[in-house]
Design a protein around this ligand. Structure first.
Ligand code: NAD
Length: 499
């Protein structure tokens, strides 16, 4: 399939002569594959009006009926899986295997949300007063804006959308300006599901195409009850500030700086395989990409030798080719950031292996890089920052306390893992004084989470939780109701107020 066939299969406009002001390029070869019109801030306000009107209706539709819509979205996604996966690969540059995984994640969360639509239950709570009942109820919250990053253009949309829709909240998507085509394809899929559903209100599922200014308009609007934002820490700070001004609710999924500790007892074969996938998968452009390897000094030399051997065999190339393991970076800015980080690492005492530009003759307009391994004498400044590229810093440790301290010393707190066969070490890593991240794994790499668990992280990662477990509570408002069915009016805490 060539690039225009991929767009056509998803029902999308293509060609470079469209009317719009947003040129969409593919990182595969750097060419412009479509031009789209962008929504204006005034159109964003209209979208909010429509979503707010939809909320008045959707909140009263029984949740299991709302689940039926999500079931239909899941059904359409199953039918479109291959087409959408190829589009993800074309627009974002991740290998098509990972594109398929991302769409599968959407299907999985639709199944999860469908079941959830019959389980949005609260508690009954013992009242201290006779003849009183106390309970907690969960109600729809309002319009949910979903701002997403370029590197996962569809799965995080669906983590939010599937839950928000069953919870009774209309959604407005604001995809990355680097990946609007995936969002438009998903909007089309939803429209087919909405048509089959029949009586959903107008404005229930919308997508806005444009840049930061549209995201900022959504974050600032008091009529947007929930702003779920996935992206960089600087973006999260702005969104959080705008939402805080009006006391709006945020769900923030921001940058990570994820580590793996390899203990002396680790199964090194597993550890190295996990490290390579986590560090070079999506060309190091996952929020959960492995960026820091903290290896016990007794096994460090062996681990580095194995890693260098594995890196030498990586097949870098067109992400749409089935055999490719590492695709391109999103654009030349990402390549510049990678080179700058490698230069800083070298200046801070690092020994750099790899990282060179490749495939310049075949794809002169694109940015392909050899993944880099950097042996660092210590966890210096450059290691504390998230560089969104395939750079793996390797550091050595002596004691587990030292390794955990290094792991927790960065400002981000998304994902982490330990490879060890010593149960004491593993449990220590998972304990209150172990990893400080939202995700902590044992004998599994830091990337590639399942939808059943809550996804998100602490510190600069923003504290949000999406996807499984009880993340649905972020999309509803909790109401505590006390009902007096007695003939008296006792006050709580035994207070007397005799008239
Ligand atoms: P980005 O911050 O540049 O953009 C993300 C989105 O925010 C885009 O849609 C953009 O238009 C929008 N945006 C930018 N400024 C805004 C503002 N002031 N107000 C409202 N919206 C604004 O991020 P990116 O380069 O697309 O993605 C890479 C980053 O995303 C990395 O830091 C990565 O770790 C992070 N990320 C985090 C997760 C997670 O779940 N924690 C998942 C994917 C990516």
């Amino acid at each position: 399939m060539d690039h225009s066939q991929i767009l056509e299969a998803c029902g999308l406009p293509h060609g470079t002569d469209g009317p719009g002001g947003l040129a969409v390029t593919t990182p595969v070869d750097g060419s412009v594959i479509a031009r789209l019109s962008q929504h204006s801030p005034a159109q964003a306000q209209e979208a909010i009006d429509r979503a707010a009107a939809a909320f008045e209706i959707w909140r009263d539709v029984p949740a299991p009926r709302r689940g039926a819509l999500v079931r239909l979205i899941g059904k359409e996604l199953r039918a479109e899986k291959e087409n959408l996966a190829r589009l993800v690969s074309l627009e974002c540059g991740k290998i098509v295997q990972e594109g398929r995984g991302e769409v599968q994640e959407m299907i999985d969360i639709c199944d999860f949300a469908l079941g959830l639509s019959r389980q949005l239950y609260g508690l009954t709570i013992a009242s201290e007063r006779p003849g009183h009942a106390m309970r907690e109820t969960w109600h729809p919250m309002g319009v949910c804006a979903i701002i997403t990053a370029f590197n996962f253009p569809v799965a995080p949309w669906c983590w939010n959308a599937a839950l928000a829709l069953v919870c009774g909240d209309p959604i407005i998507a604001k995809p990355s300006e680097k990946a609007p085509l995936c969002a438009l394809a998903v909007q089309r899929i939803c429209e087919r599901a909405l048509e089959r559903f029949g009586d959903a209100p107008d404005g229930l599922v919308q997508t806005l195409v444009g840049g930061a200014e549209l995201g900022a308009a959504l974050a600032a609007s008091p009529r947007v009850a929930i702003v779920s934002a996935t992206g960089s820490v600087p973006m999260g700070r702005k969104v959080a500030g705008a939402a805080a001004e009006r006391m709006g609710r945020c769900i923030l999924e921001l940058g990570g700086n994820n580590a793996m500790i390899i203990a002396p007892s680790a199964d090194l074969e597993l550890a190295v395989r996990a490290a390579v996938f986590s560090a070079v998968g999506t060309a190091g452009q996952r929020c959960t990409s492995l960026r820091r390897l903290i290896v016990h000094e007794d096994v460090a030399d062996g681990v580095i030798t194995r890693l260098r051997h594995a890196y030498d065999g990586l097949r870098i190339g067109d992400p749409l080719a089935e055999e490719t393991l590492v695709g391109p970076l999103i654009d030349s800015d990402a390549g510049t950031a990678m080179s700058a980080a490698l230069e800083r690492a070298a200046a801070q005492g690092g020994t750099v292996h790899g990282g060179a530009p490749v495939l310049g003759d075949r794809f002169p307009g694109a940015t392909y890089r050899q993944p880099a391994l950097v042996e660092m004498p210590e966890q210096s400044d450059v290691v504390h920052a998230e560089t969104f590229a395939p750079i793996l810093y390797v550091m050595r440790y002596r004691t587990l306390d030292e390794a955990i301290a290094l792991q927790n010393a960065v400002p981000q707190g998304l994902s982490s893992c330990i490879f060890s066969t010593d149960i004491r070490e593993c449990e220590r890593f998972l304990s209150a004084s172990g990893s400080d991240c939202g995700i902590a794994n044992v004998n599994i790499g830091p990337s590639g989470a399942e939808i059943g668990g809550a996804f998100g992280g602490e510190k600069e990662t923003g504290g949000g939780r999406e996807s499984g477990s009880d993340a649905w509570k972020g999309y509803m408002r909790r109401q505590t109701a006390t009902v007096n069915w007695s003939r008296e009016l006792p006050l709580a805490q035994g207070i007397r107020f005799d008239l």
